[in-house]
Design a protein around this ligand. Structure first.
Ligand code: DC
Length: 220
């Protein structure tokens, strides 16, 4: 159960490789807040389903994994592959999987680890579903071409030979699944602050976001 300890929550949503993870880390670092990349949870479930030799489309298997989920069951390196990303986007469309992961996320937001006075969560439905009560919500986006280029720069180390075109195709398919699904589709919360990072550096995105958070903190 989520106990309502007072914690300042920053919600960040947006599509893959939009820059939301970079912003989330930097804001968490700057304000001394804990950070949770909620994509890790869906990737973890996808990875664990594959590791059991099951199909990611197998809803019963995915729900079972999600109900028994803990971060200790896998390593970061296990979940950063294109295969796991695909599995994650399939299991993320399953209402039972999302419901099982909801408490974990809300608990983290309201009860960040000792020493932290707030939490920054990034994902697809943080402002809309997980933490609608957040102090501030951001929706971070960028053009598909810019995002594919960024993702390709990361992926080419683990998947040599992969082309930008392949990454772009894959990204568009995942965008369509994340935005088109019935369960918690990727969508900006109506009151979200929109930042298009296509032509901004990470420093510029951070400066803009920090100004907005500071204003909100002053007004709170
Ligand atoms: O951000 P990412 O690529 O690590 O996310 C992996 C998948 O999980 C992606 O298809 C979207 C999904 N996801 C989600 O549905 N809800 C979240 N809060 C976070 C990620």
């Amino acid at each position: 159960m989520t106990s309502e300890k007072s914690s300042i929550i920053i919600a960040i949503d947006g599509p893959a490789a939009s820059g939301k993870g970079t912003l989330a880390k930097r804001l968490a670092n700057f304000y001394g807040f804990a950070h949770l990349d909620t994509g890790i949870l869906y990737r973890g479930v996808g990875y664990l389903v594959l590791a059991k030799g099951k199909e990611p489309r197998d809803e019963a298997a995915a729900a079972e994994v999600a109900r028994n989920f803990s971060l200790e069951q896998f390593h970061e390196a296990d979940i950063r592959t294109a295969e796991v990303a695909r599995a994650a986007s399939l299991v993320a469309a399953m209402p039972e999987v999302r419901a099982a992961l909801l408490d974990f996320q809300r608990h983290f937001a309201h009860n960040p680890p000792a020493g932290f006075t707030g939490a920054v969560l990034d994902g697809r439905d943080i402002g809309t579903i997980v933490c609608p009560e957040a102090l501030i919500k951001f929706y971070i986006t960028a053009s598909p071409e810019v995002r594919a280029e960024r993702r390709w720069l990361e992926l080419r180390l683990s998947s040599p030979g992969i082309s930008v075109e392949q990454v772009l195709d894959d990204l568009k398919r995942r965008d369509a699944r994340d935005s088109g699904r019935d369960a918690a589709p990727l969508r900006p919360a109506p009151e979200a602050e929109l930042i298009d990072t296509s032509h901004l550096t990470a420093d510029e995105v951070f400066a803009r976001a920090q100004r907005l958070v500071d204003n909100r903190l002053k007004a709170a």
